[in-house]
Write a protein that binds this ligand. Structure first.
Ligand code: KMH
Ligand code: ZN
Length: 274
């Protein structure tokens, strides 16, 4: 089986220090959390950034500061900025980090409820706009899908030539408004992908490690981190993103799945070597 790519979603836009004191806000804290994940076995850092007070921002300058700080301690790691940002941001605001020409960035493939009154808006025209903005910069999109219909949207856009094949998906499962994080639903999502696709699985909340384990077994990849879950196990808060990555590495070791280095992750995803 292909080696396991572990992505660490170290920060997110919604989770705060009130939820877990180790959630990073400052540039130094973001670099610290990235290093903890990288040292434990993560080859991709999925990146949101914050102002020092925790406010989510898509500022190009703040992304550059954080990316430089991460690369100074994790020289070969793949940094994947978010273009989802936080609920309510404009498209122009959200797209700022792609002007730094990262190798990857997220491309959210549909609109969904996001708990309470929040709606995460990604119309078809927005998805096309984001895909068209990434293509000339040679950025590989990670297609964020919160439900099965979003996989179908990506397939339709690939048929029209808007998104290149082979596609790489992230199944975000367990959001209050998206698909549930259950074995049945994961198998359903995997079965919906075109031949040659790769996928990673982000279990949100208490399904994080169950979904990670399923994906390890089924040949997918795994995302963990504070963006998705603040607990290491029931009632025990994680002290770092690295602790969550280490848990995935332990499970993968037990199941006989080797962990990909950043260089191996680049090969699997068809990215240029750094
Ligand atoms: N913060 C969510 C509203 C992404 O990174 O592309 C969107 C999100 C997805 O986190
Ligand atoms: Zn994100």
């Amino acid at each position: 089986m292909e080696k396991l790519i572990i992505t660490a979603a170290i920060c997110g836009a919604e989770v705060t220090k009130q939820h877990n004191i180790a959630v990073p806000y400052t540039v130094d804290e973001i670099a610290r959390e990235a290093k903890s994940a990288y040292d434990a076995g993560a080859s991709i850092i999925h990146l949101h950034v914050r102002e020092d007070d925790g406010t989510p921002t898509q500022s190009k300058q703040r992304f550059k500061q954080c990316m430089d700080a991460i690369w100074s301690v994790c020289p070969d790691v793949i940094i994947q900025p978010s273009t989802g940002g936080a609920v309510g941001m404009s498209n122009e605001e959200r797209l700022q980090p792609i002007t730094l020409c990262p190798q990857m960035a997220t491309l959210d493939c549909g609109t969904c409820n996001f708990g309470g009154d929040d709606i995460f808006v990604n119309t078809e025209n927005t998805i096309i706009q984001f895909a068209n903005a990434m293509k000339p910069l040679n950025i590989k999109p990670e297609l964020e899908v919160f439900d099965k219909g979003m996989v179908d949207m990506a397939i339709r856009l690939a048929k029209k030539g808007v998104i290149d094949m082979p596609m790489h998906f992230n199944f975000v499962m367990g959001v209050n408004g998206g698909i549930a994080g259950t074995p049945r639903d994961l198998v359903f999502m995997i079965g919906s992908l075109p031949q040659g696709s790769t996928y990673t699985v982000s279990g949100v909340g208490k399904c994080q490690f169950d979904m990670a384990t399923m994906s390890i077994i089924l040949g997918g990849h795994v995302r963990v981190g504070f963006e998705d879950n603040i607990y290491l196990s029931k009632g025990v808060k994680a002290n770092s993103n690295g602790e969550m990555v280490s848990k995935v590495v332990r499970i993968a070791n037990e199941l006989g799945r080797a962990i990909a280095t950043p260089s191996e992750a680049r090969s699997i995803l068809g990215l240029a070597q750094k």
